[in-house]
Design a protein around this ligand. Structure first.
Ligand SMILES: C[S@@+](CC[C@H](N)C(=O)[O-])C[C@H]1O[C@@H](n2cnc3c(N)ncnc32)[C@H](O)[C@@H]1O
Length: 475
């Protein structure tokens, strides 16, 4: 074991050395955890968006976590998993009560937690305890007893808006990160608690249906998640979800979607059909480099109403090239203005079990021409062990990009918690839709059973969220 500990330290040291070398070359310091996040974090120039730094961070984070787990008492670690949800609950409490916006007013000197009540009407003792719990997890700084200021992590819980504005307009005109956090920690968090029951409910075990997952237990409804959001009383939750999808784009270095596919290869005035488009965040990115293209946005009617407003505000110049078609994607494709050059599906198929994903993919196949491509942006789940190739599928190595880079031993080959988001999302898909994040074997078999062939997996070395882009063609 001592050799393993030394190997982990070596990986960690090498990662830090690489990062500091890049810092030296760029003549800049690595961002401090004690200061609010730097604007460069959201630009291609941000130090974490440098490809070699991004690779080193992933290795360093994987090594540091594995080291911590190896060193710490296993009792402490396992018992610590139990109340992890209090962290989610406290992040939610800060967001919902606009604590980050209030604390921002007091700058780096910090604010007495007991004064928060003056601004948002919360109780006096709660905020201090919540903030102390968070500060212990490096979210906020307790600068002196009972006084809290922002740090790198807490600043991301700040919408950047004035308190009066955020109370009225909440997540409108934000980068969507806070809305995404809000979705994860509000209505979604309640559903995770029902996963154990899902495992033992004989009536629905291994169901592929959309309306008998944990959501239905948590909210005592027979409606599927999207139909539940369509209820008039969930108008706010629905709008927040749409804005949260912008947060998904904000989590990646700017332009990731533009560098992981050659959009220039599409014919002039070609047609992009964005399935389950949401507000059309992906299409808007594509339009930024190909304004000549025509776009079809397909989603639920209530979402497309918001999408029209969003495009009128952010992309009025290409509104004339854009068709908003309310659609149920489990039905045949509606009449389209031309044969699609490309179908784009970001975070759509992970919402559907194989049964329903296959129905959707077959409808797209029927609406395709011989040259139509399919672009899927979703996770590819890797095993935390080395795997022999699955002999029932096309060998992964024959599909460029399909084999993900693995971490060196003794790290878990999938980088462990340094790349944990797909595994969290897998549980969210289970609890919401009886669906899943897919392994490469799952993807190849789903696509080939639905008339498509996976031809390439494009990955961006700086992609912090590990969302590859899968390209499929007509089989
Ligand atoms: C996870 S979101 C992804 C949104 C968008 N693709 C993006 O990445 O920003 C899934 C989208 O699928 C839409 N959706 C759900 N069920 C649908 C259905 N039956 N027909 C069409 N769209 C649907 C939802 O309204 C939502 O906008």
């Amino acid at each position: 074991m001592s050799e393993e500990l030394q190997a982990l330290c070596r990986i960690l040291n090498e990662a830090v050395d690489t990062i500091l070398t890049v810092c030296d070359q760029r003549n800049e310091d690595f961002p401090s955890i004690n200061a609010p996040v730097q604007p460069s974090e959201f630009s291609a120039q941000g130090i974490r968006n440098d490809a070699s730094v991004a690779r080193a961070i992933k290795l360093g984070v994987a090594a540091a976590n594995q080291l911590a787990i190896t060193l710490q008492s296993p009792l402490q670690t396992v018992i610590g998993f139990g109340p992890q949800a209090t962290l989610s609950a406290n992040v939610a409490a800060v967001e919902r009560n606009h604590v980050a916006e209030i604390i921002r007013r007091y700058g780096s000197e910090g604010m007495r937690a007991s004064d928060i009540v003056k601004y948002n009407g919360t109780t006096t003792s709660f905020p201090e305890r919540i903030l102390r719990h968070l500060a212990t997890h490096h979210v906020f700084r307790e600068v002196s007893p009972g006084v809290f200021a922002h740090n790198m992590l807490s600043s991301l819980l700040d919408s950047g808006k004035d308190l009066e504005v955020i109370i009225k307009k909440y997540f409108d005109d934000t980068n969507g990160l806070l809305a995404f956090m809000s979705v994860l920690t509000h209505e979604q968090m309640k559903t995770y608690a029902y996963i154990p029951e899902l495992m033992t409910d004989i009536a629905i075990v291994d169901s592929q249906e959309l309306n008998d997952a944990s959501v239905q237990k948590a909210y005592n409804t027979k409606l599927g998640y999207w139909k539940y959001l369509d209820l008039p009383e969930n108008a706010f939750v629905n709008r927040r979800f749409n804005i949260a999808m912008q947060g998904i784009s904000s989590m990646q270095p700017p332009g990731t979607i533009l560098t992981t596919y050659d959009w220039k290869s599409l014919p002039e005035y070609g047609l992009v059909v964005d399935i389950g488009s949401g507000l059309g965040h992906v299409s808007l990115d594509i339009a930024s480099v190909r304004p000549d293209l025509n776009f079809v946005l397909e989603d639920r009617e209530v979402v497309l109403q918001d999408a029209k407003e969003h495009w009128a505000k952010y992309a009025p110049a290409i509104l004339a090239n854009t068709h908003f078609i309310p659609t149920d994607y489990l039905s045949p494709q509606p009449p389209l203005p031309a044969t699609p050059d490309i179908f784009v599906l970001r975070h759509i198929l992970h919402n559907l079990s194989d049964k329903y994903a296959s129905i959707l993919l077959k409808h797209l196949r029927t609406a395709s021409g011989p040259h139509t491509k399919l672009v899927v942006i979703d996770y590819v789940v890797e095993h935390p062990c080395l795997t022999p190739q699955n002999s029932n599928c096309k060998p992964q190595d024959a599909i460029p990009g399909a084999t993900a880079p693995t971490a060196p031993s003794p790290l878990l080959p999938n980088f462990g918690v340094a790349a944990a988001l797909p595994y969290h999302m897998d549980m969210i898909m289970l609890s919401h839709f009886n669906s899943k994040e897919r392994t490469i074997e799952n993807w190849t078999s789903l696509l080939s059973a639905s008339g498509w062939e996976l031809v390439r997996v494009n990955r961006d070395a700086t992609n912090k969220t590990d969302w590859p882009l899968l390209v499929a063609e007509i089989a």
